[in-house]
Design a protein around this ligand. Structure first.
Ligand SMILES: Nc1ncnc2c1ncn2[C@@H]1O[C@H](COP(=O)(O)OP(=O)(O)OP(=O)(O)O)[C@@H](O)[C@H]1O
Ligand SMILES: [Mg+2]
Length: 286
């Protein structure tokens, strides 16, 4: 069997699989780097699992600079790359602080260099593995790389993180605009991070929403805002997870408020069960 036939086979296999339980797939994205995606993704996972008793899988899909395990102070034996050499997700998953993590990998093998066939193999393995989770949170790389766009398009929700700084706002807008323009995808929710206060957050949201509405004729929802937190930086330095050790810090409370909305909200399930199928088909077309 040549590689194209094998790829076709994998595609058919994933298409046959059913996500029986409807997991909610949330990708965490941003235009600009360093705006707080990974810290948000990790703490959101912790809070969904521990405060709301959900079964959560966090996937580190930032394969250029994977650092979910760094924030969680884990030293994983394996990572997603091991799926390519025959390991199973069960062999690489790490259970920590009440939720499961699939660690990513960094270095020269960025996601871009991964052949579509290899991505398909990873997707095939994860289709079965992820189906029992209530939430699958996907931490992505900054920017509008094709693979990141595929993760976003396949997700039923994409949290776009920005700070109130104009470059971060412009890049968040550019990310949403280009994905809408090419693919008509609008399931974005904005998270305004590192704010001085609520007014600054609302001002940032209004500006972005107005620009988006002028272009798309639709509002983007605000998932919530998160204050700038010195405590977060202290927690990171002492290798602790802020939401675990400082449950009443404003950062933790802000992420809890965002998590509570997701728990309460019913998604349209049309697409949700099909996350991996969609991801597979988006990759195939590129
Ligand atoms: N609310 C906040 N208050 C203060 N500092 C923050 C806040 N959120 C994130 N940071 C800091 O910003 C830096 C970047 O955070 P993080 O790594 O989560 O961003 P990222 O968007 O995942 O970056 P990358 O694009 O490189 O993946 C970290 O030093 C983190 O401590
Ligand atoms: Mg990150």
């Amino acid at each position: 069997m040549n590689i194209n036939q094998q790829a076709q086979k994998l595609l058919e296999l994933v298409n046959k699989k059913n996500q029986e339980k409807h997991s909610k797939f949330i990708s965490i994205a941003s235009g600009k780097g360093g705006v707080g995606k990974t810290n948000f993704a990790v703490n959101l996972s912790y809070i969904l699992a521990n405060k709301f008793e959900k079964k959560v899988l966090l996937i580190d899909a930032d394969m250029g600079m994977a650092d979910v395990h760094v924030i969680l102070n884990l030293k994983p034996q394996n990572n997603l790359k091991a799926l390519l050499s025959g390991k199973k997700p069960q062999d690489i998953v790490v259970n920590t602080k009440g939720f499961d993590v699939l660690p990513g990998f960094s270095g020269i093998d960025t996601l871009d260099d991964l052949e579509d066939f290899m991505m398909m193999k990873i997707i095939n393995d994860l289709t079965d593995f992820s189906k029992d989770y209530d939430f699958v949170i996907i931490d992505t790389a900054a920017g509008i790389d094709n693979k990141v766009i595929s993760f976003i398009r396949a997700s039923s929700r994409s949290f776009v993180i920005t700070t109130p700084e104009p470059p971060a706002m412009m890049d968040a807008y550019a990310l949403m605009k280009s994905i809408y323009k090419i693919y008509n995808y609008t399931n974005f929710k904005l998270v305004i991070n590192m704010c001085k206060n609520k007014n600054e957050a609302l001002f940032t949201y209004d500006r972005l929403n107005n620009s988006f509405r002028r272009f798309v004729n639709k509002n983007i929802e605000m998932a919530g805002w998160i204050p700038y937190s010195q405590t977060l930086n202290r927690a990171i330095k002492s290798k602790k997870l802020i939401s675990e050790v400082f449950p009443s810090d404003d950062f933790t409370r802000a992420v809890t408020a965002i998590a509570s909305k997701e728990v309460g909200e019913e998604y349209e399930f049309d697409g949700d069960g099909n996350f991996w199928k969609k991801l597979m088909s988006f990759l195939k077309k590129e």
